[in-house]
Design a protein around this ligand. Structure first.
Ligand SMILES: NC(=O)c1ccc[n+]([C@@H]2O[C@H](COP(=O)([O-])OP(=O)(O)OC[C@H]3O[C@@H](n4cnc5c(N)ncnc54)[C@H](O)[C@@H]3O)[C@@H](O)[C@H]2O)c1
Length: 259
C-alpha cells in the first residue's frame, strides 16, 4: 500500500480514545500497521477492530498495558513486535491530567501518580522499545508532552512538572540514539487544549459549551484543537519526511506560546 508511512509499524500507548485513537487512524490511513496499547483494553480492541474494518485485517492489534508497569511494557512490546513483524515507531501518548489544586492542596500520592503515568511511561517505553526500533531503522519516537510542559499554570503542578519532564527526556533520548549511531529520532509534541475526553472534568464542572468557550478564549486562533490537528503532527514525525528532525519540539497551541 502506498502512503506517507507505508511499511511503518507503530506502537501507540493510550490508543483507546482521544489523541491515541486519532493518531492510530491517521497512521493507518497512510499505510502503517498499528499496535494500540492501553490500560483500557476493551477500548483499544474497539479501535483496532475499526481500523481493521477500514483498512483490512491485520492492520491493527490491541494490547493491555499499564504504562507505569515495566513487566507489562516488556511483554506488550514483544507481542506487538511479533504480531506486526517489527516496530519502527513508538508513540508515547498515554497520559493523565488531574491536579487537584495548587502545590499546597495537591496530595503527594496524586502528584506521584501523575508523574508516574506521564514520565515513567516515556522512560520505560523508550528504554525497552529502542532495541526493536534499531532493527527497523529509520525509527521514530514521538512523545506527547503539552504546552503545559513549557508554560506553567498556578494550579497544575504535577501536570506542568511531568510534561516538562517529557520535553527534556525526549531530547535526552534523541541524543542517546544519535550517540549510539542509531537512526532513531525522538521528538515531542506540545498541544494546547484539544477536544478529547481529557477535558470531560472541566465540561462536567462548567457545562460543555462554557468549558470549551472558556478554553478557546485563551487561544489566539480562537478555538481548541481537534484530535486531527495533533495526529497530523504525529504522522509527520513518524514518517521519513522528518528524517533530519530529532530532539525538537512541535508546538501545536493555536499561538498561545507566541504571546
Ligand atoms: N487533550 C488535550 O487537551 C491535551 C493537551 C496537551 C497534551 N495532551 C496529552 O496528550 C495525551 C493524550 O491525551 P488525550 O487528550 O487523548 O487523553 P484521554 O484521556 O482522552 O486519553 C488518554 C488515554 O490514555 C489511557 N491511559 C491512561 N492511563 C494509562 C496507563 N496508566 N496506562 C496505559 N494507558 C493509560 C486512557 O485509558 C486513555 O485511553 C496525554 O499525554 C495528554 O497529557 C492532551
Amino acid at each position: 500500500m502506498a502512503g506517507r508511512v507505508a511499511g511503518k509499524k507503530a506502537f501507540i500507548t493510550g490508543g483507546a480514545q482521544g489523541l491515541g485513537a486519532a493518531i492510530g487512524q491517521a497512521l493507518a490511513a497512510e499505510g502503517a500497521k498499528i499496535a494500540l496499547a492501553d490500560i483500557n483494553f476493551t477500548g483499544a480492541q474497539k479501535q483496532a477492530e475499526a481500523l481493521n474494518a477500514a483498512h483490512g485485517a491485520g492492520t491493527a492489534f490491541a494490547y493491555e498495558l499499564d504504562v507505569t508497569d515495566e513487566g507489562q511494557w516488556i511483554a506488550a512490546l514483544e507481542a506487538a513486535n511479533t504480531a506486526i513483524g517489527g516496530l519502527s515507531a513508538l508513540v508515547n501518548n498515554a497520559g493523565i491530567a488531574g491536579d487537584k489544586g495548587g502545590i499546597e492542596q495537591l496530595e503527594f500520592a496524586q502528584f506521584k501518580r501523575i508523574m508516574s503515568v506521564n514520565v515513567d511511561s516515556v522512560f520505560l517505553g523508550a528504554k525497552h522499545a529502542i532495541k526493536y526500533l534499531a532493527q527497523n531503522q529509520p525509527g521514530s519516537i514521538v512523545n506527547l508532552s503539552s504546552i503545559a510542559g513549557l508554560i506553567a499554570s498556578w494550579n497544575t503542578p504535577a501536570y506542568n512538572a511531568s510534561k516538562a519532564g517529557v520535553w527534556l527526556l525526549s531530547k535526552n533520548i534523541a541524543l542517546y540514539c544519535a550517540k549510539k549511531g542509531l537512526d532513531i529520532r525522538s521528538n515531542s509534541i506540545h498541544p494546547t487544549f484539544v477536544d478529547t475526553p481529557i477535558l470531560d472534568p472541566l465540561r462536567a464542572m462548567l457545562g460543555k459549551d462554557e468549558a470549551e468557550a472558556k478554553l478557546a478564549r485563551q487561544v489566539p486562533l480562537g478555538r481548541i484543537g481537534r484530535p486531527e490537528d495533533i495526529a497530523q503532527a504525529a504522522l509527520y514525525l513518524v514518517s521519513d519526511e522528518s528524517r533530519f528532525m530529532t530532539g525538537a519540539e512541535l508546538k501545536l497551541d493555536g499561538g498561545i506560546s507566541a504571546m
